[in-house]
Design a protein around this ligand. Structure first.
Ligand code: FAS
Ligand code: PHB
Length: 390
C-alpha cells in the first residue's frame, strides 16, 4: 500500500495533522496501537490556547468546541488565604483561553476523520518507521497476525512519550533534556459545579491544588501528592477535605463535593528531545517533549508542532519546496523551549518541594508577591498562559 504521509498515533496531534492534510488533498493514514475507546478513555488536558482553537476551526472540527467550550478571560492565583485574579484579557489586548477537554477535542477529530472516510488502523501492533533516512520511507505494522507495509513520502511520529518513533531514531543522533519533579498530581473528575467560574491555581504549605472544570456542571480538580502515592490511598472524602484545606476560605466554601467518576495520579516531568526531525521522520507533540501540566501547555504545544509541520508539508506538496519541512525542527523547538520554561516556572512557583529551605520559601513568596503587584510580571504570565505567537 502507498500513501503520502503515515501518521503514527491517533491522539490529538495525529488526528489534527491528518485532518489538516486531508483538507489540502494530501493522503494520509493513521496507525494507532490501541482501540478508539481506549484513546477516548484517557482524561488529560482541559485548556486550549487561541492558536489551538483556530487550528481546530481550520481542520473543520471546531463546531462543538465553539458551542460547548468555555471562554475564560482570567485565572486566579491563591496563596496566604487570598485569591488574586490575573486578568488575562486585559493584560494581553483581549486574548483568552477556552476550557474544553482534550477528550472532547479527540472525539471531535475522530468523528470528523471517520465522516471523511479517512483511514485509521486501530490495534496496529509493532508499528515500525523505516527508511526515513532515504526519500522512500515506509512503515510496517501487524494487524490480526498479518504484517503490512505502507510506503510513503513522510512519517509523522505523533505517538506520545512512550511511542516507537523517538525510539526508532539512532540514539546518538538525539540530545535529551529532562527534569523529573519530586511529586505527582492526583486528579479527579466529578459531576459537580465548579468552585469558581475561572481556574484557581493554589500555592499552600500543604501543597499545590488546582480547581478546573470541563463544563458548568463537571469539575476537574488536582492536588499535589507524593511521587509514590497511590490512588487507592485517596477516598473521595479525603480528597475533598485536602482540596478545601489548600484553598482560601472564600473558595473552599464554594466547593461542591460529590462522587468522583475518574481519579488518577500523573507524574510530572519536563522533557525535550532535540532535534525533532530525522530525514523524513518528524517527531510531534509528546513524542518530542513533555511539560508539567501546571502551565496547561502539553496539548497546546502538540498543536503548534502540528501547525509547523503542516505548513512545511503544505509547502512541499503545493509549492514543491522543501524549505518548510527543513525548518520544522528549529521552528518548533523555539516555541517548545519557551513553553517548557513557562511550565517549569509555574511548577516551581506553585508547588512545595521537599528540599526547599527557608531561603527558597521566601523566594517563592517574593515571586508570588511580585506577580500580583506588578503589571509587568502579571503581563509576562498572561502572555505565556494564553499562548505565545506561533
Ligand atoms: P498522545 O500521547 O495524546 O497520543 C499518542 C497516541 O499514540 C496515543 O493514542 C497512543 O496510543 C499512540 N501510540 C503510542 N505508541 C504507539 C505505537 N507504537 N504505535 C501506534 N500508536 C502508538 N496537557 C495539558 O495541557 N493539560 C493537562 O492537564 C494535561 N494532563 C495530562 C495528564 C496525563 C496523565 C498525561 C499523560 C498527559 C497530560 N497532558 C496534559 C499532556 C497531554 O495532554 C499531551 O500533551 C497530549 O496528549 C499530547 O498529544 P499527542 O502528542 O497526540 O500524544
Ligand atoms: C485541566 O482542566 O485538566 C487543567 C487545566 C489547567 C492546567 C492543567 C490541567 O494547568
Amino acid at each position: 500500500m502507498r500513501t503520502q504521509v503515515v501518521i503514527i498515533g491517533s491522539g490529538p496531534s495525529g488526528l489534527l495533522l491528518g485532518q489538516l492534510l486531508a483538507g489540502i488533498g494530501v493522503e494520509n493514514v493513521i496507525l494507532e496501537r490501541v482501540d478508539r475507546d481506549y484513546v477516548l478513555g484517557r482524561v488529560r488536558a482541559g485548556v486550549l490556547e487561541q492558536g489551538t482553537v483556530d487550528l481546530l476551526d481550520e481542520a473543520g472540527a471546531g463546531a462543538r468546541m465553539r458551542a460547548e467550550g468555555l471562554p475564560h478571560d482570567g485565572i486566579s492565583l491563591a496563596f496566604d488565604n487570598r485569591l488574586h485574579r490575573i486578568d488575562l484579557a486585559a493584560l494581553t489586548g483581549g486574548k483568552r483561553v477556552t476550557v474544553y477537554g482534550q477528550t472532547e477535542v479527540t472525539h471531535d477529530l475522530m468523528d470528523k476523520r471517520s465522516a471523511a472516510g479517512l483511514m485509521t488502523v486501530y490495534d496496529a501492533k509493532n508499528v515500525l518507521p523505516q527508511g526515513f533516512d532515504t526519500a522512500s520511507p515506509f512503515v510496517t505494522y501487524e494487524k490480526d497476525g498479518v504484517t503490512h507495509r505502507i510506503d510513503c513520502d513522510f512519517i509523522a511520529g505523533c505517538d506520545g512519550f512512550h511511542g516507537v518513533s523517538r525510539k526508532s531514531v539512532p540514539q546518538d543522533a538525539l540530545k535529551l533534556f529532562e527534569r523529573a519533579y519530586p511529586f505527582g498530581w492526583l486528579g479527579i473528575l466529578a459531576e459537580v459545579p465548579p468552585a469558581d467560574h475561572e481556574l484557581i491555581y493554589a500555592n499552600h504549605p500543604r501543597g499545590f491544588a488546582l480547581c478546573s472544570m470541563r463544563s458548568e456542571h463537571r469539575s476537574r480538580y488536582y492536588v499535589q501528592c507524593p511521587i509514590d502515592d497511590k490512588v487507592e490511598n485517596w477516598s473521595d472524602e479525603r480528597f475533598w477535605d485536602e482540596l478545601r484545606l489548600r484553598l482560601p476560605k472564600e473558595a473552599a466554601e464554594k466547593v461542591t463535593v460529590g462522587p468522583s467518576f475518574e481519579k488518577s495520579i500523573a507524574p510530572l516531568r519536563s522533557f525535550v528531545a532535540e532535534p525533532m526531525q530525522f530525514g523524513r521522520l518528524s517527531l510531534v507533540g509528546d513524542a518530542a517533549h513533555i511539560v508539567p501540566p501546571t502551565g496547561a501547555k502539553g496539548l497546546n504545544l502538540a498543536a503548534s508542532d502540528v501547525r509547523y509541520l503542516f505548513s512545511g508539508l503544505k509547502e512541499f506538496y503545493l509549492d514543491k519546496s522543501p524549505a518548510g519541512i527543513d525548518a520544522y525542527s528549529g521552528k518548533a523547538l523555539s516555541r517548545v523551549w519557551k513553553a517548557v520554561r513557562f511550565s517549569w516556572w509555574m511548577t516551581t512557583m506553585l508547588h512545595r518541594f521537599p528540599d526547599t529551605d527557608a531561603f527558597g520559601q521566601r523566594i517563592q513568596e517574593a515571586e508570588l508577591d511580585y506577580l500580583v503587584h506588578s503589571q509587568a510580571a502579571a503581563t509576562s504570565l498572561a502572555e505565556n498562559y494564553v499562548g505565545l505567537p506561533y
